[in-house]
Ligand binder design. Structure first.
Ligand code: BG6
Length: 505
């Protein structure tokens, strides 16, 4: 790989400590980084290089366990630098330039600079403009790339404005909008499952698929992030980005080649085909919920509004479930269900494709509740893998059928190293591969889909916020979205409380 300097804006922040710096160290440990490499952390907080190194290697709980030898740590720490500036003051970027010139000479990094914006979003336009004011965006010598964290805008208009701002200084090929779900091995595997096998794709359409569910459940609440979360909510926090990206991987057409332009082009077409949910349809197609206090076998979990920093009348959704349609030849009429929530029974992200049932039930089921439909479950996390559920004869007299799973777990690939999402994405960007980064137009299209839902919630007080006890699979009414006889969401784990009552908040 080419030499480079990774410049992390917001280096003293939470994301840098929890995700970015550990990813850099893992890449170093795995031998993926070039010899000529340096990291420059830039933030407002005052640290010396030594204090920054100390913080990374000895104070951070996220990094201590990295398992690098003391010698390797020592050698690597000499490539870590820190610069304190006022990030909102353009003049201060002169200091960034000076430091980069110095480090470039010292580490022979060919003027290749990767700027990673891990800062509050209000700096996403400011930093590129300030870099440009000092000529740091120009590729006269070496390359210049820009990585932007989420949230990318807070609605379509602000995402558009941000895209326009960035495009003044960096062209699209050099802007890497990160969505860490795309760095997950299993999300990428959705494409491989579909397009590297002959057996799935012929069935992957309206003729054979009954419905598709995407669930991203989290067992944690919002502790520690209340301020951010209350302004955001589940729809903006998870659906607009991660889950619509997963949807695109599940539903897009096959690209001509496996390169960034082809894949991102197909995803863009898919986004164009998602049928908008109009404001007046929101109550019908979207359910919002908020967790309330519950007693999980003696363990009392507090409700969302009970947290310090959350207003006692907050209507922010910690759960959202929605039904959408994709208006194209392949998917016409097939419902797609998406749901995500905090304080659910377990942490799990999975895609469940339910196929149509056989035309005629020839055999008796062992259990009445056994579904007649085959299901393909693609587990994104944890226990990553794939399961295909199908009916098998119960041994013995007669023809009774029961459902069994044919399973593959990634953990069975003993030699395979599963890189953490940030490792994979950072490495791709260092190599100049944007396949797993989102294109500006896709981000705008995703906002275009969620904007009317948010507006309807803001404007129409009659749309309920349903309370669901912490530790359950969300409000019961969400089951009504999944219509059809005896059909309901595929819940991979039992509720943690028997109190599954719900209420309207
Ligand atoms: C983040 C959201 O983007 O993704 C968080 O802001 C959420 O609220 C997180 O917890 C989930 O990511 P993962 O990789 O833990 O599933």
């Amino acid at each position: 790989m080419e030499p480079l300097i990774l410049v992390i804006f917001g280096a003293s922040g939470d994301l840098a400590e929890r995700k970015l710096l550990p990813a850099v160290l893992e890449l170093q440990k795995g031998g993926f980084l070039p010899e000529n490499f340096a990291v420059l952390g830039v933030s407002r907080s005052k640290f010396s290089d030594e204090a920054f190194r100390e913080k990374i290697f000895f104070e951070s709980d996220f990094i201590k366990s990295n398992g690098m030898s003391e010698e390797a740590k020592q050698t690597f720490s000499e490539k870590l630098y820190y610069l304190a500036i006022d990030t909102s003051n353009e003049e201060d970027y002169g200091k960034v330039k000076e430091k980069l010139i110095e480090l470039n000479t010292k580490h022979q990094t060919n003027h290749n600079f990767l700027f990673y914006l891990s800062t509050p979003p209000n700096l996403y336009s400011t930093i590129p403009a300030a870099l440009a004011a000092h000529g740091l965006n120009k590729e006269t010598e070496g390359w210049r790339r820009l990585v932007i964290e989420k949230p990318f805008g807070h609605d379509e208009a602000s995402a558009k404005a941000l895209n326009q701002d960035l495009l003044k200084y960096f062209d699209e090929e050099r802007i890497y909008r990160i969505d860490h779900y795309l760095g997950k091995e299993t999300v990428q595997n959705l494409l491989v499952t579909r397009f590297a096998n002959g057996i799935f794709e012929p069935l992957w359409n309206r003729n054979y698929v009954e419905r598709v569910e995407i669930t991203a459940a989290e067992s944690v609440g919002v502790k520690g992030r209340a301020g951010y979360y209350d302004q955001s909510g589940a729809l903006k926090d998870m659906v607009q980005n991660h889950l619509l990206q997963i949807l695109a991987h599940v539903a897009m057409e096959a690209p001509n080649t496996a390169d960034a332009n082809a894949i991102r082009g197909e995803k863009q077409k898919l986004f164009q085909a998602i049928r908008a949910i109009k404001k007046e349809e929101v109550a019908k197609y979207v359910i919002r919920g908020q967790y309330i206090a519950s007693d999980m076998d003696g363990r009392i979990e507090e409700g969302y509004r009970d947290h310090e920093d959350i207003p006692s009348n907050s209507k922010t959704e910690t759960y959202v479930a929605l039904k959408l349609f994709i208006d194209n030849w392949r998917w016409a009429g097939v419902p797609f269900f998406i749901r995500t929530g905090k304080q659910m029974p377990t942490k799990v992200t999975e895609v469940v494709v339910t196929f149509k049932s056989p035309p005629y039930p020839l055999f008796k089921r062992e259990y009445e509740f056994d579904d007649l439909n085959n299901q393909l479950i693609m587990r994104i996390q944890p226990d990553e893998g794939i399961a295909l559920q199908f009916g098998m004869k119960v041994p013995g007299a007669g023809f009774k059928v029961k459902n069994v799973d044919m399973e593959f777990h990634y953990s069975e690939l003993v030699d395979a190293y599963m890189p953490e999402a940030y490792e994979r994405l950072l490495l791709d960007c260092m190599r100049g591969d944007a396949t797993l980064y989102t294109h500006g137009e896709s981000v705008e299209a995703a906002w275009r889909f969620v904007d009317p839902i948010i507006q309807a919630w803001q404007e129409d007080n009659a749309i309920p916020v349903y309370g669901y006890p912490a530790g359950t699979w969300g409000p019961n009414v969400a089951d009504d979205l999944v219509d059809g006889e005896n059909e309901t969401w595929h819940n991979p784990y039992k509720s943690l409380t028997i109190n599954d009552n719900y209420c309207v908040l």
